[in-house]
Design a protein around this ligand. Structure first.
Ligand code: DGL
Length: 268
């Protein structure tokens, strides 16, 4: 098999990374994809760096054994806390979700602009977004806000329930009058609440979906390396989780309209 015909590996702590998988699939339909969701150990957002590094390395090793050509860390928490540690052991190029999200936000923020980053508690505590944004553009002003209840709301399938609106307003209403230019959805679950978040923030604030930005960055990187799959037919997707495959499959269908077929289980 040509190297370019090998699959792309994508992993997340659970099902949020499917927002990235869906964007990758839409942009590069010929690519074969292998997805891993660590459903036994989700959420990562409340865990320590050493736990997230060790989980991420185990998953990366599992995906390397599937002969992937490229790895996407489709989890903001793992991208914030473990990207370097994954790269140290990786035989293939590794892309996280932070750099693409930062690039997309900077395209939208004017000179001296204000960017609000939303994410899990661990992502926000790491300040990975602030560092990356200010390393690229020192003029931007960055505020980060942890929104931990967004993840269970999404996992419960409650994105359009009134409770989701209450929670979003509680977290975000204080930022409405603060002339925010762009809000980064710094967690792979949050694109599923994009419309709600946009409504709470008002029409002036541009919402940055790092799933789309990551898919674009992956295509650019694969093309630069001559690794884009040249096939014309649709590449197949394989799905694995560390627990509860039926629940994963049914949420994937309900929340993202994705048909996973049979989901494999790999316990660590
Ligand atoms: N996928 C994680 C992220 O993007 C959110 C869920 C979790 O806390 O594990 O940060």
């Amino acid at each position: 098999m040509l190297k370019s015909e090998r699959p792309i590996g994508i992993f997340d702590s659970g099902l949020g990374g499917l927002t990235v998988l869906k964007a990758v699939r839409a942009l590069m339909p010929a690519e074969r994809l292998v997805y891993f969701g660590d459903t036994a150990r989700v959420p990562y957002g409340a865990k320590s760096k050493s736990a997230v590094v060790s989980f991420s390395r185990e998953i990366a090793d599992f995906l390397f054994a599937k002969k992937i050509k490229f790895l996407i860390v489709a989890c903001n928490t793992a991208s914030s806390l473990a990207l370097e540690e994954i790269r140290e052991i990786s035989p293939v190029p590794v892309l996280g979700v932070i750099t693409p999200g930062v690039g997309a936000a900077l395209e939208l923020a004017p000179r001296g602009g204000k960017i609000l980053v939303t994410g899990t508690a661990a992502t926000v505590a790491s300040r990975a977004y602030t560092r990356a944004l200010q390393a690229a553009r020192r003029d931007v002003r960055v505020t980060e806000k942890a929104c931990p209840l967004f993840v269970p709301l999404v996992e419960e399938g409650w994105c359009s329930k009134p409770l989701a609106g209450l929670v979003a307003r509680e977290y975000l209403a204080a930022f409405r009058g603060r002339k925010i230019d762009a809000l980064i959805l710094g967690c792979t679950h949050y694109p599923l609440l994009k419309k709600l978040i946009a409504r709470v923030m008002g029409p002036r604030v541009k919402i940055v979906d790092s799933a789309l930005a990551t898919a674009r960055a992956a295509r650019l990187e694969l093309s630069r390396r001559g690794l884009l799959n040249p096939g014309r037919s649709r590449g197949e997707c394989e799905f694995y989780v560390s627990d509860a495959p039926e629940r994963f499959s049914s949420l994937a269908r309900k929340l993202l309209g994705l048909k996973t077929g049979e989901v494999g289980v790999k316990r660590f």
